[in-house]
Design a protein around this ligand. Structure first.
Ligand code: HEM
Ligand code: HEM
Ligand code: FES
Length: 363
């Protein structure tokens, strides 16, 4: 979308987050070098180049963990959502810091011989069957290449051209990059004389990332409603719970038997159902609100009209809508998605259906 959508453009908020992220990274690197100079005094003194390389490498890996934790944290607690909006910029920063780390490593370990440094990086050790001599730098290189593609396709221009599905698939490679980096750090530590601190920290980081992802998935699973109620002439209707449970202008996330997630909104016009997946970057629409009559994605603010899933003019994005009905105060949604942009009358809510204390819906 949407050159015009302010929420995905630079804004004062984004500048503040970027300044904080860059400042924190700079402080980390300076602090690491200062502490490193103190800890690694003679006879174990290391050169400034190695110290800076380690500072940059560890800074990149810390940021990598932060990035991997943001997604599940935002699902577990909406207060993390503002950080999610800025994850892209954090991704670019991580890539640039990792690139600086890799450049110093290549220059320092491969730049002084007669062989071209890039060739030397690829050929100096090829003993893949040996743990002590495994070319651990190759793993870092592969991770860096993946990060490069993520950073290079970061602009919304690529998102539009690649389609959000393939773009998201590309970004899922982040987990491959992470696995490569676990190997890079663990095998690298075995080949230098720094003991097991880095691998041990990496293991704690991996446990944290896995734990948060499992907790977020479990929360999402528990929050699902969507029991199949009836099959009528090949149409599957799922129960989406009582009308009273949804506060005005908010939604409930419903999962169909086929695993599709649907956002069921209660708004002025009644009840409307659209796919839960935002056309921008797959943000969870059910966690958004109806603002100015439009469903507004919680991630970057893209908007869709509840009645037809179309973005308001001049934007042209469309998302799938669903047939919806209210039967004795309970909402039912037809599990079959309609083509994106299909108009569907909101299901009217009788006044007795809207009574009752609204429960707090997962934010
Ligand atoms: C071409 C790519 C890369 C090369 C050639 C490379 C090279 C190296 C080398 C030589 C070391 C050992 C440094 C030492 O002597 O202490 C190292 C360690 C490390 N690298 Fe890389 N690296 C690359 C990519 C990456 C990337 C993409 C990341 C993270 C995003 C990364 C994170 C680390 C970390 C965390 C360490 C351990 C630092 C420490 O123990 O203090 N590296 N790397
Ligand atoms: C530099 C340009 C980048 C942009 C534009 C960007 C932005 C995004 C966005 C918005 C998504 C899809 C939303 C989702 O489904 O979670 C995504 C997925 C992801 N990206 Fe990136 N990212 C970039 C680079 C990176 C880098 C370098 C990393 C890691 C170091 C990274 C880590 C992730 C992760 C962890 C996910 C999906 C997993 C989750 O939901 O937490 N991204 N990226
Ligand atoms: S606005 Fe970006 S994911 Fe919805």
């Amino acid at each position: 979308m949407s050159v015009g959508y302010r929420a995905v453009q630079w804004s004062a908020h984004k500048r503040v987050y970027d300044t904080i992220a860059c400042g924190a990274a700079a402080l980390y690197v300076l602090g690491f070098v200062a502490v490193g100079k103190f800890l690694w005094r003679s006879p174990h003194q290391v050169s400034d180049e190695i110290l800076i390389m380690r500072a940059l490498g560890s800074c990149a890996i810390v940021l990598f963990h932060v990035i991997l934790c943001i997604g599940p944290l935002a699902r577990l607690d909406p207060r993390f959502l503002p950080v999610l909006y800025n994850r892209r910029h954090l991704g670019v920063l991580t890539f640039l810091i990792a690139l600086a780390h890799a450049s110093i490593a290549v220059g320092y370990y491969h730049g002084f011989g007669v062989v071209n440094p890039a060739l030397s990086l690829l050929t100096s050790s090829t003993r893949v069957s040996s743990i002590e001599a495994f070319p651990f730098e190759w793993l870092g290189l592969c991770a860096l290449i993946i990060m490069f593609f993520m950073a290079a396709t970061s602009h919304d221009f690529w998102l539009r051209n690649l389609s959000s599905r393939s773009w998201k698939r590309l970004h899922m490679l982040v987990y491959v990059a992470y696995a490569l980096l676990v190997g890079h750090v663990a095998l690298g530590a075995l080949q230098t004389d720094r003991g097991m601190l880095a691998p041990a920290l990496m293991a704690c980081g991996a446990a944290l990332v896995c734990g948060l992802h499992i907790a977020a998935a479990e929360k999402e699973r528990r929050g699902d409603v969507g029991v199949q109620t009836s099959i009528e002439s090949d149409e599957t209707w799922v129960d989406a719970g009582p009308v009273t449970g949804i506060p005005a202008n908010r939604a409930r996330n419903v999962c169909t038997p086929g695993g599709e997630r649907i956002a069921v909104f209660r708004h002025d016009g009644g009840i409307s159902a659209v796919t839960n997946v935002c056309a921008h970057q797959g943000g969870p629409l059910s966690e958004g609100k109806v603002i100015d009559g439009c469903i507004t994605c919680p991630w970057h603010g893209w908007q869709y009209k509840p009645g037809d899933g179309c973005s308001p003019p001049p934007f042209t994005e469309k998302i799938a809508t669903y047939q919806v009905r209210v039967v004795r105060g309970r909402i039912e949604v037809n599990a079959m998605p309609l083509p994106p942009g299909t108009p569907i009358e909101p299901a009217p809510v009788a006044s007795e259906d809207s009574l009752g204390a609204p429960e707090v819906v997962r934010a």
